[in-house]
Design a protein around this ligand. Structure first.
Ligand SMILES: Cc1ncc(COP(=O)(O)O)c(C=O)c1O
Length: 422
C-alpha cells in the first residue's frame, strides 16, 4: 500500500477504484508483495542452508490463486485437512511437496490422507497404529511438542508447551519413532510448530535447540538419519505502527547455526531444514476494503462499516490490532472514535477509542491493513452477511479471484423436509 497524495493505492490501483469496481467488503492481495515476502524469507535461510525447503501453510489464505503464486515461487504446501490436500493437488502440488499436519484425525482422514500419497506429519503417536491399518507410508514425520511455545498474539496462537493441544510429548517421541521403524518405515522427518507471529529473532534458534535435543537422542538411539527437520511457521509481522518487525536475517543465521551445532553434537548427518510459514508471506500483502454506512452518536461515536467480525474475525477472536486507513482523509484532524461491523454481537464493535479522522462520514472508504493472513479463511456467514469477494492486484491489473457470495450460497446444501413446507 502506498499513498498518492491523500489517495490510498494498492499496487498501482487506487483503493477507491477497486471498491467501486468490485464492491465492499473486499479482500485485496498485492501479488508482488507476496512474491517479495517469499523471496526474502527463502533467501535468508538458503544463505546458510542451500537445500533449505519452504512450505506454505494453506490454512492462512487458501485461495487457489494465492497458493499458485507460492507454488510458482517454489513452495510446497502444509495442509491441515484432506480438503486442503485436494486444494494443493488442484494447483499441482503433490507427493513429497505436500505435508499433512492435521490433528486428532478421523479414520477417514487417515485413509484419504494415505491414499493421497502426501507426507504424513503425525500429531500423536496413537495415530500410528491406526495409520498402519490402512498401509505403510514411504516416509513419516512426527509433530513434536518440545515443551515451549510463544506468540505475539497473547496465548491464543501459542501452539506448544504444556497448555497446547498439539504435538507429541518429548517423553513419547523415542517410542513413536521406534514403533514406526518396527513397522518397516525407513525414511523419517521431524516437525514442530510452536507459535505464530513471533518477531523475536532469538526465539527461532531457541526452539530449534529444544527440538534437536529431542531428535538428536532419537537419531543416536535408533540409528535414524532424519531426512528433514521442519521448524513450522511463526515468522511474525508487526501489526501496530512503530512495532518492531522480525530481524529475518538474524533469525535465519542464528537458527541455521543452532541447527548445525546440534547436528554436530549428536553426530547426525545434517537433515534438510524446512519451514512452513504463512503469515509472513501473505499477512501484509492483504487488505480489507470497507465502506462507512452509518455513524451513531450515542455514549460514544461509533462508525459503522461493512467490515464486521464475520469479515475479519481476528480482533474479536484474539483481540488483535489492525491498522485502519481512511481514503482521502489520512491528513485530517483526528479524534477518538469507535468502529464496528453490522453483526448482532457486541464483539463486532472491534475498534474502541481509536484516533481516526474527525470528519469521517457516510460513504467513506476504509482500508484495513495486514489482513492477508487468517482473514478471508476465517470469515463466515453469521447474520446472513455473506463472504466477501477476493481480488488480486498485480501492478496496474486487478483480477477477481473469488466471487462475492450470494443468497444461493447461503442456503446451498440445506434441506427442508417436505412436511415443513406445508
Ligand atoms: C502446522 C502449522 N504450520 C504452519 C502454520 C503457519 O503459521 P504462521 O502463519 O504463523 O507462519 C500454522 C498456523 O497455524 C500451522 O498450524
Amino acid at each position: 500500500m502506498k499513498m498518492n497524495g491523500s489517495q490510498i493505492m494498492i499496487g498501482d490501483i487506487p483503493a477507491a477504484e477497486l471498491a467501486s469496481r468490485f464492491g465492499t467488503p473486499l479482500y485485496v492481495y498485492d501479488e508482488q508483495k507476496i512474491r517479495e515476502n517469499y523471496r526474502r524469507a527463502v533467501g535468508a535461510f538458503k544463505k546458510h542452508c542451500p537445500d533449505f525447503r519452504m512450505f506454505y501453510a494453506v490454512k492462512c489464505s487458501n485461495n487457489p490463486a494465492i497458493v499458485n503464486i507460492l507454488r510458482q515461487e517454489g513452495a510446497g504446501a502444509d495442509c491441515a485437512s484432506v480438503n486442503e490436500i485436494l486444494l494443493a493437488k488442484s494447483v499441482g502440488l503433490d507427493g513429497e511437496n505436500v505435508m499433512f499436519s492435521g490433528n486428532f484425525l478421523s479414520d477417514e482422514d487417515i485413509r484419504q490422507g494415505l491414499e493421497s500419497g502426501v507426507v504424513f506429519n503425525l500429531d500423536d503417536e496413537s495415530i500410528l497404529p491406526r495409520l498402519l491399518k490402512f498401509g505403510t507410508p514411504e516416509v513419516l514425520s512426527f509433530r513434536i511438542n518440545p515443551g515451549y511455545g510463544r506468540s505475539n498474539v497473547g496465548d491464543f496462537v501459542t501452539n506448544a508447551g504444556p497448555n497446547a493441544k498439539f504435538g507429541i510429548h518429548p517423553d513419547h517421541v523415542l517410542e513413536a519413532y521406534r514403533q514406526a521403524q518396527a513397522a518397516g518405515i525407513k525414511r523419517f522427518g521431524a516437525h514442530m510448530m510452536t507459535g505464530s507471529c513471533i518477531t523475536d529473532a532469538d526465539y527461532f534458534p531457541f526452539v530449534t535447540g529444544l527440538l534437536m535435543d529431542i531428535i538428536g537422542k532419537v537419531s543416536k538411539e535408533l540409528g535414524i538419519d532424519f531426512e528433514f527437520v521442519d521448524l513450522g511457521g511463526g515468522l511474525g509481522i508487526p501489526y501496530e505502527p512503530g512495532e518492531p518487525g522480525l530481524d529475518l536475517e538474524a533469525a535465519a543465521a542464528k537458527t541455521a547455526a543452532m541447527f548445525a551445532s546440534k547436528c554436530a553434537e549428536y553426530g547426525m548427518k545434517q537433515p534438510r531444514l524446512e519451514m512452513e510459514p504463512a503469515r509472513y508471506f501473505v499477512g501484509n500483502a492483504g487488505y480489507v476494503l470497507g465502506r462507512v454506512h452509518s455513524i451513531k452518536h450515542s455514549y460514544k461515536t461509533i462508525v459503522g462499516t461493512d467490515i464486521g467480525m464475520n469479515v475479519l474475525v481476528r480482533p474479536a477472536f484474539y483481540g488483535s490490532y489492525h491498522h485502519i486507513f481512511v481514503d482521502g482523509k489520512e491528513n485530517h484532524d483526528r479524534v477518538l472514535l469507535g468502529m464496528c461491523g453490522q453483526l448482532c454481537e457486541n464483539t463486532d464493535y472491534w475498534v474502541k477509542d481509536r484516533l481516526l479522522p474527525a470528519d469521517m462520514a457516510e460513504g467513506d472508504l476504509v482500508v484495513v491493513e495486514n489482513a492477508g493472513a487468517y482473514g478471508f479463511g476465517m470469515s463466515y456467514q453469521y447474520n446472513g452477511r455473506l463472504r466477501a469477494a477476493e481480488v488480486l492486484v498485480n501492478g496496474s491489473e486487478a483480477i477477481l479471484i473469488r466471487e462475492r457470495e450470494r443468497f444461493e450460497d447461503m442456503i446451498a446444501h440445506t434441506i427442508v423436509p417436505d412436511y415443513l413446507k406445508k
